[in-house]
Design a binder for this molecule. Structure first.
Ligand SMILES: [Mg+2]
Length: 214
């Protein structure tokens, strides 16, 4: 029964600090990166599978390389942090995107590849944003370190939702009105950029997110 009680003693603060993303958008192409730049972000790290490249096709979506080059024009450094053990694949996509990549098999939510990124570019956590599709690995790996987190719902032209989340954690976030895919109490999705939170979410979310950025 250990699994049943996994999140029972979790405090609301911890759920927000660890698992509520700072940005939630339908895809990597909809994130307001200029806003991230204004807030002092220097490095964007991207998850690869189901964030940039759909695992359903394993083909690079046409607009991905130009987004990466636009980000570099905005002044960002860009790096892939993938849990894939297939270093050849990660290297191949990094080359196609013309970006750097961390050691393959990053084992997120472990913070080791974020530490590596910090050292590589001599940056602090608050100068880094991480983009991914997994609430457990991407949001849950980067958020506790103080890295700005961006969650995306779709990848490429694959029609289905790619958000990965443990069932129990998902229920807990929803029950406490901290975060959910769909709008709380209203029809449709509810996406938000940096500095915003979901409409109807607990006021603690906005408070804790604001503290993170001070
Ligand atoms: Mg992924």
């Amino acid at each position: 029964m250990a699994q049943d009680g996994m999140y029972k003693d979790w405090e609301i603060e911890k759920l927000i600090k660890w698992y509520v993303p700072d940005v939630y958008q339908p895809s990597i192409y909809r994130i307001d990166f200029e806003k991230l730049r204004e807030r002092g972000i220097e490095l964007i790290t991207f998850d690869l599978d189901d964030t940039i490249v759909p695992t359903a096709t394993n083909h690079m979506p046409a607009p991905a390389p130009s987004l990466m080059s636009d980000l570099k024009k905005l002044g960002f450094k860009v790096m892939l942090i993938s849990n894939s053990e297939n270093e050849k694949k990660v290297k191949r996509f990094a080359e196609k995107l013309n970006v750097e990549y961390s050691i393959a098999g990053a084992m997120k939510p472990s913070g080791k590849s974020f530490e590596e990124a910090k050292k590589r570019y001599s940056l602090e956590e608050k100068q880094i944003a991480h983009v991914g599709n997994s609430i457990m690995n991407d949001v849950g790996g980067a958020n506790p370190l103080g890295i700005t987190t961006c969650l995306i719902r779709y990848v490429g032209n694959v029609g289905h939702n790619v958000i990965k989340v443990d069932k129990e954690l998902k229920a807990e976030l929803k029950k406490r009105e901290l975060w959910q895919k769909h709008h709380i109490g209203q029809k449709g999705d509810q996406y938000y950029q940096l500095g915003e939170t979901q409409k109807g979410s607990s006021p603690r979310v906005a408070e804790i997110k604001e503290q993170k950025r001070v």
